[in-house]
Design a protein around this ligand. Sequence first.
Ligand code: A3P
Length: 323
Amino acid sequence: NYLTPKMIEVLDKITVSTLPKHKSWIKHPLYKYEGFWFHQGFWFHSEASFTVEVAMALQDKFVAQPTNVFLASYPKSGTTWLKALAFAIVNRTMFKGSNPQHPLLTTNPHYCVPFIDTEAFLTNPSNTNDLLATHLPYTILPKSVITSDCRIVYICRNPKDVFISFWHFVNEILRDDLSPEMNLEDAFELFSKGVTSNGSCWDHVVGYRKASIERPDKVLFLNYEKMKEDPKSEVKKLASFIGHPFKEGEEGDGEMEEIIKLCSFKKLREVNKANKDGHKVIPNDVYFRKGEVGDAVNYLTTEMIEILDKITLEKYNGLDIAF
Ligand code: A3P
């Protein structure tokens, strides 16, 4: 009620400058805020996205609606796929999966379901989407997401594949002219220490996994590998959880299969490869690299695999997370 936006900005900057700091995969350092690492300022193609300031601002200002459904993930765990599926499920009375006019045939899933942890979202208070996404760790979510009893769907993926997917993404997209290419060994060192944007990856997963055990009616925990293996049962679970269950008839007429096909890696990749001009800073097709389970073994040494497996085993102990 008293401070001007400029004053708030200056004070936030001072707060951030007192946080523990660490070098990252790119030239911009990471800052540790409430146990997790974030970039600061306009690091991402001049946009303040997934930053510590945005996290603070959301904690301060964001008011969730009970009708909101949050799609949460650690980056490179299958966020784009989950966004596409949830969007197609929720909008299927208007657009059947087989509809040649389906928005997913022309629009990248990231435009269909916005991230809240971006400057673009913060500066657009008129956003009325029920479906929203976030990379924020569970314990850093704005309080109203929990107190409003919003539903949260989390997607988790084997950390080895997350690491390799993230490493490619950073080198291809997030790196700018001033950030040299990050070799695999240096990236591995930081990833395994948990020093990555929104990381550690393991602590991110653990937060949501514990929440899904404590509040199963509010937090659904999905797994990329299981979705690849048995998409029907996972998509059915997802649809019921977000309040749009497939009815008997729909199953009979193949609507679920149509949605799975529309949101498949092959289809989305084809659509987004063709459509290059949708996104301001990131080409539409970069979210579709290989879409495979276990690709990490093609890059990691035996020793790296052992180290990551050991961390995973220790961190996920007793939490029933299988890949
Ligand atoms: P790879 O780099 O291993 O191919 P995110 O969406 O969280 O950024 O994750 C990106 C990863 O999900 C990439 O993994 C990408 O190829 C994969 N992906 C994207 N769309 C997919 C889909 N429809 N089905 C399966 N995997 C998909």
